[in-house]
Design a protein around this ligand. Structure first.
Ligand code: INI
Length: 157
């Protein structure tokens, strides 16, 4: 029989940090609301959640790294919105946000979740931040719980 590891969705006792970009705050506040609501729904205590605001998505990884390195969090969620129509350096900001987030996860071993919308226009961003295509903040929070619990399960054998 193979040993199978799964991450359950029990958030009780998990400590989670959320890093959220102020750029496109109209969108990122919705992502944050979705994330906080999902964490609470799965039993993560309010007192076990920290929120740090950064200027833009480019700054998400460095602050996520600082939070991860404290050793106080089981999971870090990065939230932002990079909208192609609104920026001339879309690729650079989106690329740094995604590769930087991945690098933090690999360096620290703390699941660091990429909850950054990268869209062609504002309409798509609205749809994915609580509109008709769901809320990437909520799915990121669910992924944060599942991945933290999976790593716990692996570590305890
Ligand atoms: N930051 C974003 O989060 N989204 C964007 O769409 C964006 N645009 O359009 O440029 C953006 N820029 C700011 C960037 O993240 C940094 O804060 C800035 O370059 C300073 O390092």
């Amino acid at each position: 029989m193979p040993i199978e590891f799964t991450g359950d969705m029990n958030g009780q006792g998990l400590r989670v940090a959320v890093v959220v970009a102020r750029f496109n705050e109209f969108i990122t506040r919705q992502l944050l609301s979705g994330a906080l609501e999902t964490l609470a729904r799965h039993g993560v205590r309010d007192d076990d959640v920290s929120v740090a605001w950064v200027a833009g998505s480019f700054e998400l990884p460095v602050v996520a790294r600082a939070l991860a390195k404290t050793g106080r969090y089981d999971s870090i969620i990065c939230l932002g919105a990079v909208i192609r129509g609104e920026t001339g350096h879309y690729e650079m900001v989106a690329g740094q946000a995604s590769s930087g987030t991945g690098a933090v996860a690999m360096e620290t071993g703390i699941p660091t979740i990429f909850g950054v919308l990268t869209t062609e226009n504002m309409e798509q961003a609205i749809n994915r931040s609580g509109g008709k295509s769901g809320n990437v903040g909520s799915t990121s929070a669910a992924t944060a719980i599942e991945t933290a619990r999976l790593i716990q399960a692996i570590n305890t054998g």
